[in-house]
Ligand binder design. Structure first.
Ligand code: MRU
Length: 341
């Protein structure tokens, strides 16, 4: 089952908002539909957002009708802007937009639409290869018999590839290690309860679901050997933005002396930001907090806040696992070396 598939004239995605109740596919025939799918979290997770956006841009470009390259590029720019406004924190989105823009600018006008499709396919293939490789590398850190705690959702759905944190867990199981997973439900939108639990059950990997507030209890009782999660943006000093609640888990891990690992492809590293303070944090609709599954639970009129991500300072991170290698402190040097800058 492919979470994201390019069908030549449309983009087919699994509608993640309907999981696990229903495996529903959406066929997106226009770029505006792809933008809406990203905004509405039908497709989500940092690498998957980048892949979907790249195909969405190629789809939008396909429907531009002009014989003039300058006019084409100006229409394409509107499409790029629509994607840039879809989500805020995952840098993979902006990396994909930049790559598509560069290809369009450099391409010969007669082949420009095909060049954009080829670039989207290349971005997808690179994420597939990177997530598979980082998973294999990271699996070396997970010992036989480990119970691993993870947060949010980082499997194929979130990456359009093998997975980041979940990829590492899957690769460790593939190496015949006996692994148990504790998955946090991940309020407000329950990516852990809905998607991680489902993906692990598909893989037949033992998983126990807990509420976010139970993590300290299990970690303090010595029931967790390490915490591993993905990332939406990693600043040059190693500070990492990930789903809200990640910072809490990092502090708990440090306080209780267990490793806290971040697994991400290098497309999630943003060396243009010197620290996590510069990472933009997406604020989402407060209704995601006051309601669950469309049912209002909080009193009418209550004020609610909804930052979708938080930043874990680098000193809480034991290692960052990428397809090009595993980096530890000092992150600034390690990450720069890794991305070749
Ligand atoms: O808001 P989401 O569901 O797109 O957030 C996703 C996450 O925070 C994931 O943990 C992240 O993208 C990790 S990499 C797959």
């Amino acid at each position: 089952m492919k979470p994201i598939e390019w069908l030549g004239n449309k983009l087919k995605i699994i509608d993640q908002t309907q999981l696990p109740g229903k495996i529903a596919f959406a066929e997106l025939r226009s770029y505006t539909k792809v933008v809406a799918a990203i905004k509405g979290l039908k497709v989500r997770g940092a690498p998957a957002i980048g892949v979907a956006a790249a195909y969405g841009i190629a789809l939008g470009a396909r429907n531009i009708k002009t014989e003039n390259k300058a006019k084409f590029l100006s229409q394409l720019d509107k499409i790029l802007q629509a994607f840039a406004a879809a989500r805020l924190t995952a840098v993979n989105l902006f990396r994909a937009i930049d790559r598509m823009k560069k290809v369009a600018t450099a391409a010969d006008f007669t082949t420009i639409k095909q060049a954009l499709i080829d670039e989207a396919k290349a971005i997808h293939a690179e994420e597939e290869a990177a997530t598979e490789r980082l998973s294999r590398l990271g699996a070396g850190l997970i010992k036989d018999g480990f119970t691993v705690l993870t947060h949010c959702n980082t499997g194929p759905l979130a990456t359009a590839g093998y997975g980041t944190a979940l990829g590492v867990i899957k690769a460790a199981v593939k190496q015949s290690k006996k692994i148990e997973v504790i998955a946090t439900e991940t309020r407000p939108l329950l990516q852990g309860a809905r998607l991680t639990a489902w993906e692990l059950m598909q893989e037949k990997i033992p998983v126990t679901l807990i509420t976010d507030s139970m993590a300290g209890y299990f970690i303090n009782k010595g029931k967790v050997n390490c915490v591993i999660l993905g990332a939406d943006r990693i600043a040059a000093n190693g500070d990492t933005a990930n789903k809200i609640g990640s910072y809490t888990l990092a502090v708990l891990a440090k306080e209780n002396g267990i490793p806290f690992y971040v697994a991400a492809p290098t497309s999630t590293i943003d060396l243009s930001l010197s620290s996590g303070e510069e990472i933009p944090i997406e604020e989402r609709n407060p209704e995601e907090v006051t309601d669950i599954g469309g049912v209002r639970l909080a009193p009418k009129g209550v004020k609610a806040a909804n930052p979708a991500f938080d930043v874990t300072p680098h000193q809480y991170i034991t290692a960052i696992i990428t397809e090009k290698g595993i980096v530890r402190e000092p992150y600034l040097r390690g990450l720069k070396k890794l991305v070749g800058k």
